[in-house]
Design a protein around this ligand. Structure first.
Ligand SMILES: *Cc1c(COP(=O)(O)O)cnc(C)c1O
Length: 669
């Protein structure tokens, strides 16, 4: 009887658009795509209560790792378009025309993210669910995702449109709700979708509401608005995508009957959520509205701050909307600046690391007193390999509840002298590395060879090809100290010509490489995504991070690596600047002077590559002292550093981060 009530309650709260009844197989009794329906009914009710202080969390993108964490399942067969396509690999190991396809028989991740910002939003929402916070997340259903990266020989990156099927993606459901957005010359209708993000214990959810313009009776142009994430080939597309998120998000929350107390904007992307509510407001009402908005800035890079001319804004928005933007977001140049606008309409502002806060203080001196910082984190349970979970499970006295309290990982230091822990830690790492070798089987990687990885967005300031700056130097290191396996991966934004050039340069250098591949193997993986992110960050020996300081706001991939005992080689920037007193590997490179941001286009390649190679020599030499063809010195300083990495992971996770947001930003602690 109770079961029937639950399903009735669900259908009363959630208007599922299911004309042909195909969701009936997956939503029945007390089940939602294999997960407990109870958590959904509870969350849906709470979000409608005035007594709860509900948060609306806005982000353009969400990287939820749906294929590997809390995977929802459907009774229906997996639609081929939702299956992972082949990945190609480019390497100096020349067999069969450089390329081998890798096959993965797995469902794709929900393709509504591009990189770090999305992964952070996903990890944050998962943690909010773990903390049972009343939250609704707002995003966009990108019907062509971001893009699929293909490498073309002698050409470089060829972005391909991605096709997937939201109607058969397990756990994703379309709603009957329709939202109308009134622009200057047309109305755009949005369909709402929902995806429920479950807590680790499966006892709570955060509903993720996704907006979709690809419906009748929208014009073709309007239907394309939610087609591809970060399409910026057309200024109106870029502007209207932001308008959709803000206007659409606010209308969606109202239509769903949610009672929102705090609006959390990630980047200026979502700032139209304020405009949507500010029309016609008195001064006092505006002040009250501002007290409900908080804003997180995620980038110190100039290109990350959106600007639009009022001429363009006036072409698409109604005068009452541009008026508000003029009032709160007009910069000296006369343009509308969404960063400035976001800061002016928010009651709390934060940067995403201490070093990023310093940069923001320089960039926005008038806001110095308001800009706080909350250093990013990663959702430990998503990014920790199974081998490491099993390892920590074997030491319950030290790590009693690491799954729900990853802060406890900082206790790993207590086991530094425990020979059994040291041996098992090494074994867990070698087992992860074996998985990587298996994945890249055709390249005959060796688990006893030093393996380093650089994998991230191919943006200039991240300096993708720093390690390839002097190939002959790499060959000498491999010759004199020991063989090297180098793995590189990353997408360049399709409009980022510089990023594109980096990929070309990389492929070209690897192509021309004329060394024994038993000594130096360089592999460039196509289509870096969450799956590869998790595989690589948990299985190589060293994670390389060499952004030009101070342009990395935080960075999170290194945090995934340390959770798995993977050592760091890094410049001092973003989160790393908060951990340089910890012995996690090697820190090197240029440091910007305090009080200045420096020059984003002066990449310091000659000096910093020299420093990188010196650091590398030290690391490689210690590695082969520790692991001599499989004979392992368990007392090595290398293993001390692996343990230190795990300790530091106790700090750089989303539990610590959400605790700080509760206190400093949402003020609900
Ligand atoms: C973690 C992650 C990122 C962010 O990594 P950074 O270190 O911040 O550059 C980007 N893309 C994917 C697929 C990731 O998993």
């Amino acid at each position: 009887m109770e079961k029937n009530n639950l399903i009735d309650e669900f259908y009363a709260l959630v208007q599922v658009d299911d004309a042909d009844g195909h969701y009936a197989q997956d939503i029945k009794d007390s089940d939602y795509f294999g997960m407990p329906l109870k958590a959904i009914v509870k969350a849906e009710k709470r979000l409608r209560l005035k007594s709860e202080r509900c948060i609306a969390y806005f982000s353009m993108e969400y990287g939820l790792a749906t294929s590997c964490y809390n995977k929802l399942s459907s009774q229906l067969p997996l639609n081929p378009s939702n299956r992972v396509p082949e990945n190609a690999v480019f390497s100096n190991f020349r067999v069969a025309d450089y390329f081998f396809a890798l096959h993965q028989d797995n469902i794709i991740d929900l393709p509504i993210y591009s990189g770090g910002l999305g992964v952070l939003a996903g990890d944050t929402v998962k943690t909010m669910a773990d903390y049972k916070l009343p939250v609704a997340a707002i995003g966009i259903l990108w019907s062509s995702g971001y893009f699929r990266q293909k490498f073309w020989f002698k050409y470089g990156q060829a972005p391909e449109k991605m096709r997937w099927d939201p109607h058969t993606y397990p756990g994703l459901i379309p709603l009957k709700n329709r939202i109308k957005i009134s622009l200057k010359s047309e109305d755009v209708y949005l369909r709402l979708w929902k995806y429920y993000v479950y807590s680790q214990a499966l006892d709570a959810v955060v509903p993720l509401i996704l907006l979709d313009s690809n419906i009748e009776p929208n014009s073709q142009n309007a239907r394309n608005l939610t087609d591809q994430l970060y399409r910026s080939d057309n200024i109106f597309l870029k502007l209207l995508q932001r308008v959709m998120l803000g206007f659409g998000g606010v209308s969606a929350l109202k239509d769903l009957g949610y009672h929102i107390d705090t609006y959390h904007l990630n980047e200026g992307h979502a700032v139209f959520a304020f405009i949507a509510q500010a029309r016609g407001m008195s001064k006092d009402e505006l002040e009250n509205l501002k007290s409900k908005f908080v804003y997180t800035c995620h980038t110190p890079v100039e290109a990350g701050h959106d600007r639009f001319s009022f001429e363009d804004l006036n072409k698409v928005l109604k005068p009452e909307d541009t008026e508000i933007i003029e009032k709160f977001g007009k910069e000296r140049s006369g343009a509308a600046n969404l960063t400035l606008l976001s800061m002016n309409i928010s009651s709390a502002i934060n940067a995403v690391s201490h070093s990023h806060q310093k940069v923001m203080h320089i960039q926005f001196p008038d806001y110095k007193d308001q800009i706080q910082y909350v250093t990013n984190g990663v959702h430990a349970y998503t990014w920790m390999s199974r081998g490491f979970q099993e390892l920590f499970n074997k030491f319950p006295a030290t790590f009693p509840d690491f799954k729900s309290n990853p802060m406890i990982l900082s206790r790993a230091t207590e086991l530094k002298a425990d020979a059994d822990f040291r041996a098992r830690l090494w074994q867990a790492h070698q087992s992860n590395k074996t998985d990587l070798c298996k994945f890249l089987e055709k390249w005959k990687l060796d688990k006893n060879i030093f393996t380093i990885c650089w994998a991230r967005r191919m943006a200039a300031y991240k300096r993708p090809s720093l390690i390839l700056y002097d190939i002959s130097r790499l060959a000498r290191i491999a010759d004199k100290i020991g063989p090297l396996q180098i793995i590189l991966a990353g997408k360049a934004h399709p409009n980022d010509n510089l990023g594109f050039t980096y990929i070309n340069e990389m492929l070209d250098k690897v192509d021309k490489l004329n060394v024994d591949y038993d000594k130096l193997k360089i592999i460039v993986l196509e289509n870096y995504d969450i799956f590869l992110g998790k595989l690589l960050s948990s299985s190589v020996d060293v994670w390389l991070n060499n952004p030009l300081p101070p342009f990395e706001a935080s960075g999170t991939s290194g945090m995934k690596a340390i959770l798995n005992g993977v050592l760091q080689m890094s410049t001092v920037d973003g989160w790393v600047a908060e951990a340089t007193d910890r012995k996690m590997g090697a820190f090197f490179g240029y440091k910007n002077s305090e009080g200045s941001v420096g020059n984003e286009s002066d990449l310091h390649m000659p000096d910093d590559s020299e420093e990188l190679y010196r650091a590398l020599e030290g690391m490689v030499s210690l590695y082969y002292k520790t692991n001599s063809r499989g004979k392992v010195d368990i007392n090595s300083g290398w293993i001390d550093m692996m343990i230190e990495c795990v300790c530091v992971a106790g700090q750089f996770n989303t539990y610590r981060m959400v605790d700080e947001y509760k206190q400093k930003i949402w003020k609900i602690a």
